[in-house]
Design a protein around this ligand. Structure first.
Ligand code: NAI
Length: 328
């Protein structure tokens, strides 16, 4: 079975090709073009396409794919809010995804952000490169003995909670469900977590109830000098309110892997775009803020896990078996 990969980056090509030998039934074809109604029209002799979190898998695109004979959409990611599942089901197109690949990859990145702002590594890096070995402006904080507040203790939040526990932190948790895998964590109400935590790390999904959960009111409830990290979804934080909080010196540091202004081309090189008036640019102007480009998932191990599950999904489809990763 031929699989056309849309929006394929060199690292996709590498991680999938490395495993391809074990799947002789599958022929992998990598296209740089992003999936759209226009590019879908070029698909020929293909039963399966592989798309990403940034791909357009809405009804018009699915209609074109259906006309081209596509029967399977393999999402090489966990999220699927960009897929019109109802239309896919109506057209008889099966959709599968990679539900979890490496929660530790994202959790470790969250801790990397926390440590970087906590020890001002981003400033130290620049200073030393300029031959400036003065410690001025580099005073950091310990995590040992401090309180971590984990919002959302699913797969990634649980991994982060364990890392914080390993650092000798007291771990507070807030979630609608209590994770039995975290006996050391104390589940509290969100307000208590906000008031007591020295490090707050967000790991709940973006839903109507979590949209802008970090806003002026919730920021006011936090300790002065708190470190805030978001590796979940930008919409959890109301950016204008965060900027107001940063300006009032509420935060020791802020580490963001995700932000409200992320666009479908977030993974692209945006050197040529003028971001001067964007809220992301305003965030970047603060010396105690570190922004990364939604790279929490981006480790060798996570890419291998994504490729393995995606190819196993294709095989399950070929054999007419259930993979447990199907969305319809
Ligand atoms: P998960 O589904 O295992 O855990 C989410 C947890 O949030 C669950 O325990 C759920 O009960 C909890 N939750 C739901 N609504 C809540 C609310 N209103 N308040 C508090 N907790 C609530 O998901 P997982 O795999 O841990 O992923 C978490 C998030 O991480 C994803 O939603 C995604 O947005 C983000 N993510 C970021 C990546 C990156 O590269 N930066 C990569 C993968 C995921």
């Amino acid at each position: 079975m031929k699989i056309v990969f849309f929006a394929a980056k060199p690292y996709d090509n590498q991680s999938f090709t490395r495993l391809a030998g074990a799947y002789p039934q599958l022929e992998l074809e990598f296209w740089e073009a992003e999936l759209s109604a226009k590019t879908a029209a070029y698909v020929t002799d293909t039963e399966a396409v592989c798309a990403f979190v940034s791909s357009d898998v809405t009804a018009p695109v699915l209609e074109v794919l259906h006309d081209r004979g596509v029967k399977l959409v393999l999402m090489r990611c966990a999220g699927f809010n960009n897929v019109d599942l109802e239309t896919a089901t109506r057209l008889g197109i099966r959709v599968m995804r990679v539900p979890g690949y490496s929660p530790e990859a994202v959790a470790e990145h969250a801790m990397a952000l926390a440590l970087a702002v906590g020890r001002k590594l981003h400033k130290a890096y620049i200073k030393v490169r300029e031959n400036n070995f003065s410690l001025q402006g580099l005073l950091g904080v310990n995590f040992f003995g401090k309180t971590a507040g984990i919002v959302g203790t699913g797969k990634i939040g649980a991994a982060m909670a364990k890392i914080c526990h390993g650092f000798g932190m007291r771990v507070l948790a807030y979630d609608v469900y209590h994770n039995p895998d975290l006996p050391f964590a104390e589940y509290v109400e969100l307000d208590e977590l906000l008031a007591q935590s020295d490090l707050i790390s967000l790991h709940c999904p973006l839903t109507d109830s979590t949209y802008h959960m970090i806003n002026l009111q919730s920021i006011q409830k936090m300790k002065d000098g708190v470190i805030l990290v978001n590796t979940s979804r930008g919409g959890l934080i109301k950016t204008d309110d965060l900027i107001a909080g940063i300006r009032e010196n509420k935060f020791f540091g802020v580490g963001l892997d995700v932000y409200e202004e992320e666009t479908p081309n977030v993974f692209e090189n945006r050197e040529d775009e003028i971001l001067m008036h964007s809220t992301t640019a305003r965030l970047l102007s603060f010396p105690n803020v570190i922004v990364t480009s939604h790279q929490g998932f981006f480790t060798d191990e996570a890419l291998e896990a994504i490729a393995t599950t995606t190819l196993n999904n294709a095989m399950a489809y070929l054999k007419g078996e259930k993979a447990g990763t199907e969305l319809n």
